[in-house]
Design a protein around this ligand. Structure first.
Ligand SMILES: Cc1cc2nc3c(=O)[nH]c(=O)nc-3n(C[C@H](O)[C@H](O)[C@H](O)COP(=O)(O)O)c2cc1C
Ligand code: SF4
Length: 268
């Protein structure tokens, strides 16, 4: 992959400490004869634009692809959560299947998704795109199309869900006002993992915002296979649904953390 990449070094600011040289994951920075950093030729092919070179520099001496380092957000050490509290917070997250019907503000959903931009992605490809239903009626329509797909599949194991749908109960998207879908070009390097990771971050951020989520696995399967649903989603050409979650305000509050299997580790 050949592309233009530039790394401008402010010689007034640079401490010539070699931090960027050590931190570049691909070894694309070297020191010149005066110990100032410069890009190796291979950067044109190999740089993944991760920005670690800029992010590590305490002097704001590096400008990657023309972006002024002073415009990048400074890391605030006080953001670090208490590990015990974070552990409890993560363990107390539950998949929510009872939602208040009221939709969320678009700004709240944007705030939620924005956090997932910083999730890791293979070779920093950042292939994750989102599609979100704003109107609960649209969410229900997508649940209905999923039901149509389920009815078309011989030996569908979740027959009870279909009977429930006919009774007016939604076991597909559980009456959530929103569906949040992660999609990506099918040609991306590791899109399933990247989208799943981003969705995991969305779930954690949602929990921190007092919102509820639940993976929509059966919907995801339908979106990957059922043309009428794909038509309704109208994703960009070449994009594939990789993961999806329901989203809304929880109508329930869990009192305890349920048991899970014990930690299984093989120390190598
Ligand atoms: C599925 C996946 C595979 C990855 N594999 C590697 C790897 O083999 N070696 C490595 O140094 N980084 C690997 N990474 C880390 C990415 O390169 C990194 O997330 C990306 O450059 C963005 O940097 P950040 O995580 O600091 O934001 C991987 C990330 C993901 C999500
Ligand atoms: S952006 Fe990442 S890969 Fe590119 S030179 Fe900087 S540290 Fe290396």
């Amino acid at each position: 992959m050949n592309h233009q990449v530039t790394l401008d070094v402010d010689h007034e600011r640079c401490a010539r400490d070699g931090l960027c040289v050590r931190e570049c994951p691909l070894g694309l920075i070297e020191l010149d004869e005066d110990d100032f950093p410069r890009l190796r030729k291979a950067a044109e092919r190999l740089c993944i634009g991760c920005g670690h070179c800029v992010a590590i520099c305490p002097k704001a001496a590096l400008c990657l692809n023309g972006r002024d380092p002073e415009t990048l957000t400074l890391v605030d050490r006080s953001w670090k959560p208490d590990p015990d509290k974070l552990r409890g917070f993560l363990a107390a997250r539950r998949s929510i299947r009872s939602y208040k019907p009221e939709p969320l503000e678009r700004g709240e959903i944007k705030r939620l998704l924005d956090a997932a931009r910083f999730a890791p992605t293979a070779v920093n490809a950042q292939p994750v795109h989102w599609a979100v239903t704003l109107d609960p009626a649209r969410t229900r329509e997508l649940a209905g199309l999923t039901v149509d797909w389920m009815k078309s599949v011989p030996d569908m194991p979740y027959k009870g869900w279909l009977a429930a749908w006919d009774r007016g109960e939604d076991k597909i998207l559980h009456g959530a006002p929103h569906l949040v879908l992660a999609h990506s070009p099918e040609t991306a390097r590791w899109p399933q993992v990247d989208c799943a990771t981003a969705v995991a971050w969305v779930e954690i951020m949602a929990w921190a915002m007092g919102l509820g989520t639940c993976w929509a696995g059966i919907f995801t399967r339908a979106a990957q296979q059922w043309e009428p649903l794909q038509k309704a989603l109208a994703l960009p050409a070449g994009h594939v649904t990789q993961a999806a979650v329901m989203l809304g305000r929880p109508a329930v509050r869990y009192a305890r953390i349920p048991e899970r299997l014990p930690l299984r580790v093989q120390w190598l």
